[in-house]
Design a protein around this ligand. Structure first.
Ligand code: QV4
Length: 474
């Protein structure tokens, strides 16, 4: 179940973290469809516990499978899926199959009004009782398979996926989403579930809904959150044949490289050459909603210059199933999404350039990022050719004769003739500007009969990347 069911030549997913369904529907129609995004990963859709201050992570603590959260209700969810599918944008849901909520004193009331007593492992809204869960224990040794898969991840009540009842409830939940038109799922905490149990569940799911434009017999796309830094007892390899797997080493290494801890010239062998999963099994990202909050090598929107370079490389280099992060501004791990005094999530607002202004970061609306989504579409199915580097942090390469990317992460200028592999003509750099009414609003490059063009990326230019492709030829 590795096929993401993209439409046309599209091939980038965006995670609209914590967005409301009605806003996503609007975004599909007004921005994502026209800009060629292939799909959206949405936040968990089923009812969750309500935590004080409304941290984003309350949504990772389920109470029932009713489709009511702060992002909206079932009707709004269904409307979003239909409207996004209608403009060729697929929806993938973040699903919690591993656990229910953690401890809560007394009776908890969820976002759909359902009551539960997590301490007693009692979730009448499903219903689940204590016998549907593994006995309580703590994960202290992450290399102990039993603990990782049968104890409680941060105290979250751990469902027993080998039980027929639990399996049937999970399958019913996922089938309900398939019926509503989704194209697949991000499986949260997949590492904490036995791969045999997941295999049973995935293979029992219905085919995708033909009324939403999916061909007959289409299987739901599955991408599994398995954090494997290498040498783990429970490894990515146990899951990769069931569906795609999040390739965390990609995120860590790309952060390292663009932070200057590893010369960019080494990226020539990026991908499987670095020990990453085969391309079609790897879900790739510069940062995700968890590791963007951690200190360390991983880049996030707070280092925009490096972040844009890393994202350009991510989307230009032919490796993996690409996902772009779209964040809200945060100070610390628990910062809630933008919300009003009644704790309702607020809608993003945009300035005249289309950038988000009210607490939403919307990396996907940064020109340098959405332009690379367009680049990836324009060069789809071409190979990487013509690699060049200066032996350090200046690199360039072609995608067949359809696209060219150059990056300068040195503290001195990149100024020289380089092989762009493109047909002769003048091209707009889609990073510094766009092709508008037949001319470039940013830099332009004239390519000669031999495919060479003069490339300049000054060390103090606003961006350290330059990207050309055939759809932005003057
Ligand atoms: C606290 C203590 C625990 C204690 C527990 C007892 O820390 O030691 O056992 O109380 O009740 C929140 C709090 C956390 C709290 C927990 C339970 O932050 O302090 O435990 O709730 O009340 C998200 C957040 C977590 C959050 C969780 C549930 O990141 O902070 O915990 O949601 O709301 C590993 C896994 C990987 C996982 C990653 C974070 O292998 O699968 O850790 N990633 C996914 C999601 C992630 C999510 C979960 C899994 C859980 O991407 O966002 O965690 O669904 O690497």
């Amino acid at each position: 179940q590795h096929n993401p069911h993209w439409w046309g030549n599209r091939n980038t997913i965006v995670h609209l973290f914590e967005w409301k369904w009605s806003d996503i529907a609007q975004e599909c129609e007004s921005f994502l469809g026209p800009r060629g995004f292939a799909g959206v990963q949405v936040s968990p859709v089923n009812e969750n516990i309500i935590s004080a201050g409304r941290p984003w992570w309350e949504r990772y603590q389920p109470i029932s499978y009713k489709l009511t959260t702060r992002s909206g209700n079932e009707e709004e969810f269904g409307d979003m899926v239909r409207r996004c599918n209608d403009v060729g944008v697929r929806i993938y849901v973040d699903v919690l199959l591993n656990h229910m909520s953690g401890d809560f004193d007394g009776v908890a009331v969820g976002t759909a009004g359902t009551e539960a007593e997590p301490r007693k492992k009692s979730f009448p809204g499903v219903p689940y009782t204590a016998q549907d869960f593994h006995p309580t224990c703590e994960i202290t040794d992450w290399n102990d398979r039993f603990q990782v898969q049968q104890c409680e991840l941060v105290g979250l009540k751990d469902l027993d996926q080998s039980s027929d009842w639990v399996r049937s409830k999970l399958i019913e939940f996922l089938d309900h989403l398939i019926e509503l038109g989704v194209a697949g799922f991000r499986v949260d905490a997949a590492k904490h579930m036995a791969s045999e149990d997941l295999e049973y569940i995935y293979s029992s799911l219905s085919n995708l809904n033909i009324d939403h434009g999916f061909p007959h017999n289409s299987r739901p796309f599955i991408f599994q959150e398995v954090i494997d830094h290498g040498h783990e007892t429970v490894s990515r390899d146990e899951y990769k044949d069931l569906g795609a797997v999040t390739e965390f080493r990609f995120s860590e290494e790309i952060g390292n490289a663009f932070r200057g801890n590893n010369a960019l010239k080494w990226l020539q062998s990026w991908g499987t050459g670095w020990g990453f999963l085969p391309s079609g099994q790897a879900l790739t990202f510069v940062d995700n909603h968890d590791n963007q909050r951690d200190a360390g090598a991983v880049l996030n929107y707070k280092s925009p210059r490096q972040y844009k370079m890393a994202t350009a490389f991510h989307l230009a280099y032919p490796y993996g199933i690409s996902r772009v992060m779209s964040s809200f501004a945060f100070d610390d791990h628990d910062t809630p999404p933008p919300q009003d005094a009644q704790e309702r999530i607020i809608s993003p607002e945009f300035d005249e350039d289309g950038a988000c202004v009210n607490g939403w970061i919307c990396e996907h609306r940064w020109r340098q990022i959405y332009a690379m989504v367009g680049f990836k579409n324009a060069v789809r199915d071409t190979e990487i050719t013509g690699w060049w580097d200066n032996g350090d942090n200046q690199i360039s390469f072609c995608r067949g004769n359809k696209g060219f990317l150059a990056i300068n992460n040195n503290l001195y200028d990149l100024s020289q003739d380089l092989n762009t592999c493109l047909p002769a003509g003048t091209y707009c750099d889609v990073i510094s500007g766009s092709l508008i009414d037949g001319s470039c609003t940013g830099k332009s490059v004239t390519v000669n009969e031999n495919g060479y063009g003069y490339i300049h990326i000054g060390s103090d230019d606003f961006d350290g990347v330059l990207a050309l492709h055939v759809d932005a030829k003057v």
